[in-house]
Write a protein that binds this ligand. Structure first.
Ligand SMILES: NC(=O)C1=CN([C@@H]2O[C@H](COP(=O)(O)OP(=O)(O)OC[C@H]3O[C@@H](n4cnc5c(N)ncnc54)[C@H](O)[C@@H]3O)[C@@H](O)[C@H]2O)C=CC1
Ligand SMILES: C[C@@H](CO)CCC[C@@H](C)[C@H]1CC[C@H]2[C@@H]3[C@H](O)CC4=CC(=O)CC[C@]4(C)[C@H]3CC[C@]12C
Length: 369
């Protein structure tokens, strides 16, 4: 009986499976999930790289769809054993409207939950974010905190608001009866700032540095620590959590887990230099070159310009009051909850993560020339 249960092949669905994190989750499942029988990759935009995966031993089904369309989600979920819901609109730059962010991140998540309930899918792992906790609007530091650290989570920006609401929906859905009578088991993983192969903002900083003759200019004090985690380890955590939800439902159901690994605690810019430095860039200044009030002014000006220009053109620079506050507020985690609850250990050491990211930045940079 135990043998036949072990031999059972499972159907996994990854929403947002063609995004930065989603692609790593998809590839990790194919490499490291022995019980995988079929992998459904659901995304609004399917990547051409999916084709090469279709020649392997696991059936890979690409599904072009939109999480805001309940019927499309239900069709994709039907018959799946596990859903990893990583699709989301990651926008802190004002590219999308608050309504669209809410629609994708909150209504999309509601659709995924309802699809699980209607079709009888029992296990749901949700990609949440550190942003559901903070940094808060008051700029309070969160220093080496864990899942139980008390922190005043106050949000105003549409992205963290939407992630917090969606996470709550997922956690509250734990224990709901799904079609067939069994209980839904859910958990949420909260990555800090993810880096690694495919990280577009890192690539943009690299290209900007190249354009400026190899220089980047320090804007944030080196003393402000920003939590970062390698994409391969975040993907691995998703795979493990999804696998263990069944065996450890009572312990893991309804729980949140920060994503963590051995990446060092550094400021956002100093951390980026771990990769951009070996690619030939230099960060100028031991201290910020501009006084903080100038950055606050430029960020506010950018927000004003975005609003004024919106009828004519989309103006969405990296620096705005929200991104400045996030980059300028210490937020780091120190926890072992995922290790205690489902045996997570980082798959990639800091050295491996760093080397892989450097190689990717070099390749991405040279392909831009
Ligand atoms: N990038 C980061 O540093 C962090 C990301 N996260 C979360 O991780 C998840 C993945 O983020 P990334 O990979 O960075 O973003 P991404 O933008 O690279 O990937 C998101 C994927 O979701 C898809 N998607 C968006 N709207 C959709 C819709 N309506 N229907 C179907 N698919 C849709 C996109 O096409 C994309 O492939 C998100 O839920 C995000 O909130 C959490 C913490 C940090
Ligand atoms: C002030 C600038 C000078 O160099 C630097 C501006 C950097 C910002 C664009 C980034 C700083 C921190 C990033 C965010 C953080 O890593 C947490 C996140 C979690 C998510 O769930 C989504 C992405 C993000 C909000 C991430 C976005 C980019 C930054 C604000």
């Amino acid at each position: 009986m135990a043998d036949s249960a072990q031999a059972q092949k499972l159907v996994y669905l990854v929403t947002g499976g063609c995004g930065f994190l989603g692609e790593h989750v998809v590839r990790m499942l194919l490499q490291r999930e022995p019980r995988l029988g079929e992998l459904r990759v659901f995304d609004r935009h399917l990547g051409p790289w999916l084709e090469e995966l279709k020649t392997g031993p696991v059936r890979v089904t690409a599904i072009q769809g939109d999480v805001t369309e309940a019927h499309e989600v239900a069709a994709a979920v039907a018959g799946a054993h596990v859903v990893i819901h990583t699709a989301g609109l990651v926008d802190v730059f004002g590219r999308a409207s608050p309504e669209t962010i809410h629609e994708v991140n909150v209504q999309g998540t509601r659709n995924v939950i309802e699809a699980c309930v209607q079709t009888g899918t029992q296990f749901l792992v949700y990609t949440s974010s550190m942003e559901v906790v903070g940094p808060n609007t008051k700029g309070h530091p969160f220093y080496r905190g864990n899942e139980d650290t008390l922190y005043e989570a106050v949000h105003r920006h549409p992205y963290p608001c939407s992630k917090a609401l969606a996470e709550r929906l997922v956690l509250e859905a734990n224990g709901r009866e799904v079609h067939g009578g069994l209980p839904l088991v859910t958990c949420a993983l909260r990555p800090t700032g993810i880096y690694g192969e495919g990280h577009q903002i890192m690539r943009d900083f690299y290209r900007q540095g190249l354009r400026l003759g190899g220089w980047l200019f320090r804007a944030i004090p080196a003393s402000v620590e920003h939590g970062r985690v390698y994409v391969g380890n975040v993907a691995w955590m998703h795979v493990l959590a999804a696998r263990e939800l069944e065996r450890r439902a009572a312990l893991m159901g309804g729980q949140v887990y920060f994503c963590y690994d051995g990446s060092p605690y550094k400021s956002y810019e100093d951390f980026n230099m771990e990769f951009l430095g070996p690619c030939g860039l230099q960060l100028v200044g031991a201290r910020p070159l501009l006084p903080y009030w100038v950055l606050v002014f430029v960020a506010a000006l950018n927000a004003l310009l975005q609003w004024l220009l919106r009828p004519l053109v989309l103006y969405a620079p990296l620096l705005n009051p929200y991104t400045l506050a996030v980059a300028n507020t210490t937020f780091t985690v120190s926890t072992d909850k995922a290790q205690r609850h489902f045996g997570y250990e980082p798959l990639f050491s800091w050295e491996d993560s760093r080397t892989r990211t450097i190689l990717w930045v070099q390749a991405a940079g040279s392909s831009a020339q």
